[in-house]
Design a protein around this ligand. Structure first.
Ligand SMILES: NC(=O)C1=CN([C@@H]2O[C@H](COP(=O)(O)OP(=O)(O)OC[C@H]3O[C@@H](n4cnc5c(N)ncnc54)[C@H](OP(=O)(O)O)[C@@H]3O)[C@@H](O)[C@H]2O)C=CC1
Ligand SMILES: [Mg+2]
Length: 344
């Protein structure tokens, strides 16, 4: 198995002095920003960083206990040796893209080696390149967002090699946080799509819908892409009206999440109410296979379902896994119901 050296890139590589009173978090953020701004400092950091390898956008994973996967961070020198063995060279490592910095001050990059032989790489690295759609839900919750971010950035680089206006090549900075060129010196930044996801309640029940592509029995909160010119509240109102024919009020923001499927989205999680007198659902079947109201009892039972079930023993309702913001919204709603039932 490939050894990962415990070398840490000390943030002192960022030479700009930081104010003494900075918290560790602020120091980390500012140092990361410096790496995005200064190609030389970033190239130096790369030599001591953890690098997560991808093959055609599938991350390198190792299976661990109880059917889970874990990410495999490698060091620069390890990857250089493997690249040389497989007929590539150190220059490839320059394509690495900065993705973050751990709490232990370990700078983290990712690199796609999709042009190299997958089987030979997997043998050399003692791991498997796993489709993120499969790997995401069995990765540790601390690792899944990092690999999702890495895949999003790598995909963006793969698809923005040329300027859409001039057709000329664009060139990344060393951190891979932007691409410049295309003839006019235009700077291109990674793009993502804002999406609202809303848990609608009538005070006693919550409304969930399912798309034909969902696994059997799975229902989730309603979601939809923001249109240009809309506020968060306007998107929530429009999506609920379009998909289930209801008018919502009391929209409140809960939290957000980067979501990698099918492409990078910023999921903006909300709660909203409908009046119990106007809660008759009218589903648009071009968008949803079904949508219906669920009671507190149905939701709390579904939240207790753990892991996968055997064929023939599927629960009546299956909710999105804990990695998904939909699960967080449903859990928040159930908690609120529990509190208000206690207060009654
Ligand atoms: N993390 C979580 O908990 C959850 C995440 N989600 C995610 O939310 C996202 C949106 O939900 P969904 O109900 O599908 O959205 P919508 O209800 O907006 O419907 C999707 C359709 O909108 C069109 N569309 C409009 N703008 C875009 C855009 N920028 N990118 C892609 N398609 C666009 C596409 O139609 P066409 O191709 O016909 O033009 C697409 O098929 C999904 O990607 C889904 O993965 C959903 C539920 C839970
Ligand atoms: Mg939708």
């Amino acid at each position: 198995m490939m050894m990962v050296h415990p070398v840490k890139f000390l943030l002192s590589a960022a030479k700009r002095p930081l104010t003494r009173c900075c918290s560790a978090f602020v120091s980390r953020i500012r140092s990361l920003n410096r790496l995005k701004e200064d190609d030389d400092v970033c190239a130096e950091a790369l030599q001591h960083a953890q690098i997560f390898l991808f093959h055609r956008l599938s991350p390198l994973l190792q299976s661990s206990e109880r059917g889970t996967f874990r990410a495999v961070p490698l060091m620069y020198s390890d990857i250089r040796a493997i690249l040389e063995r497989l007929g590539s060279d150190e220059a490839k490592l320059k394509e690495s893209v900065l993705i973050g910095c751990s709490e232990q001050n370990q700078v983290q990059f990712c690199l796609d080696v999709g042009e190299l032989d997958q089987v030979a790489l997997e043998e050399a690295l003692d791991g498997t390149f796993v489709d993120l759609k499969k790997g995401f839900f069995v990765l540790r919750r601390s690792e899944a967002p990092l690999l999702a971010k890495a895949q999003a950035l790598l995909r963006w680089h793969l698809t923005t090699g040329f300027c859409s206006a001039t057709g000329r090549p664009t060139c990344p900075n060393q951190a891979g946080s932007q691409r410049v060129g295309g003839g006019g010196g235009t700077i291109y930044y990674p793009q993502m799509s804002p999406v609202v996801i809303v848990l609608v309640s009538d005070g006693k029940r919550c409304l969930l819908g399912r798309q034909p592509s969902f696994p059997p029995g799975m229902y989730s909160a309603l979601a939809g892409f923001c249109e240009l010119g809309e506020s968060l509240e306007e998107t929530v109102s429009r999506e609920v009206a379009e998909e289930v024919g209801l008018e919502v009020h009391n929209i409140s923001y809960s939290s957000s999440q980067h979501w990698p499927f099918p492409r990078s989205s910023l999921m903006l999680g909300c709660h909203a109410l409908v009046s119990p007198a106007h809660s008759q659902v009218n589903v648009d079947h071009t968008e949803l296979e079904d949508a219906r109201w669920f009671t507190f009892h149905e939701i709390t039972s579904a939240l207790q379902v753990k892991g996968l079930w055997s064929r023939g023993h599927a629960p009546p309702l299956w909710l999105p896994p804990k990695h998904a913001i939909a699960n967080r919204l449903i859990t928040e709603w159930a908690e609120l119901q529990r509190c208000s039932q206690k207060a009654d």
